[in-house]
Design a protein around this ligand. Structure first.
Ligand code: NDP
Length: 288
């Protein structure tokens, strides 16, 4: 029987980890990268280096794309579009849901299948089943290649819409970056007051660790449209954020971030939501 085989296009930190995971799993791995030198370590471990994109596409049905974004995907595949027929493109490059839908249609126009992926792991988590990747696209295509995809990370199939995996990825990132910046801002206020990041660490961790309970409490109420101010009131929230902003200001730390938060609360107050829960701010977001 032939060895399981896969092509990996794109050898940034992610693509290198992915090609390495396939080598470890005993796959025959063909790689291609714009900067060919990045393939050297993988070739030393047994990977085959394709000379051209066409060759990388021709040798294997399953093609993993790990590129900066979809502009890079097109830059690589458009000149080689004639070699796409019959290929399964697993696009693990990050971008928007809309761009993922366009790319799936573009691939279909060239006779290729497209699975969108959103990898929720740094390169160090590749090859580990505890890591997870969102997938979306044709279900039968996902199922046919599920075992191969699970060499990389756990696989969380979200549905047929090619935009879905990108959407799930982006809503996670929406939370991640805002939460991490909130941490950095608090760390700056702490530092301005002589508190080191290490000293702040257990308290920062404790605040972050309390969030899942809040989410579990509010999610069913949000779905039920229940924004009752029985446990928290927007008017209380706006005063609290105002104190945060002035504490930062008094510490000589920039207030751009708390000012943006305060602005959202203020808009809620202007609309007369002061007696409701802060979750009523969803209406402010919806209104744009
Ligand atoms: P990089 O941005 O380092 O990937 C770069 C790859 O894209 C390289 O192979 C590079 O080629 C290629 N590339 C970029 N632009 C072009 C172009 N115009 N033409 C041809 N090739 C191009 O990203 P990572 O490896 O870190 O990540 C890959 C994807 O995974 C990204 O979409 C990222 O958002 C996502 N991701 C990354 C995580 C991480 O922790 N790194 C975590 C989760 C997701 P060359 O080597 O020639 O420059």
């Amino acid at each position: 029987a032939n060895k399981a085989a896969v092509t990996v296009i794109g050898l940034g930190p992610m693509g290198q980890a992915m090609a390495g995971a396939y080598l470890d799993a005993g796959y025959e791995v063909t790689v291609w990268n714009r900067t060919a030198a990045r393939a050297a370590a993988l070739v030393a471990r047994g990977a085959l280096r394709a000379e051209t994109v066409e060759e990388a596409l021709a040798v294997n049905e399953l093609v993993i794309l790990s590129l900066t974004d979809y502009d890079a995907v097109y830059a690589i595949l458009e000149p080689a579009a004639g070699a796409l027929r019959g290929r399964v493109l697993v696009n693990l490059s990050s971008d928007t849901p809309e761009r993922a839908r366009e790319a799936a249609a573009w691939a279909a126009g060239h006779g290729a299948e497209h699975l969108t992926g959103g990898v929720q792991s740094p390169p160090s988590g590749i090859g580990s089943p505890e890591s997870s990747t969102f997938y979306s696209g044709p279900k039968e295509v996902f199922e046919a290649h599920e075992a191969a995809l699970k060499v990389l990370t756990g696989a969380d199939y979200r549905g047929t819409d090619p935009g879905l995996a990108a959407l799930y990825y982006q809503i996670q990132m929406d939370m991640f970056w805002t939460a991490m910046l909130s941490y950095l801002h608090a760390t700056a206020v702490a530092a301005a007051n002589g508190i080191t990041a290490q000293e702040f660490l257990p308290y920062a961790q404790s605040t972050m660790a309390s969030l899942p309970n809040f989410l579990a409490f509010y999610a069913p109420r949000i779905d039920a449209g229940n924004h009752e101010g029985d446990v928290d009131k927007l008017a209380m929230g706006v005063a609290s954020v105002d104190h945060v902003l002035h504490t930062a200001e008094g510490s000589g730390v920039g207030t751009t971030l708390p000012a943006a938060v305060l602005e959202v609360f203020r808009r809620g107050m202007e609309r007369g939501y002061g007696g409701d829960s802060f979750t009523r701010l969803l209406d402010v977001f919806r209104e744009g």
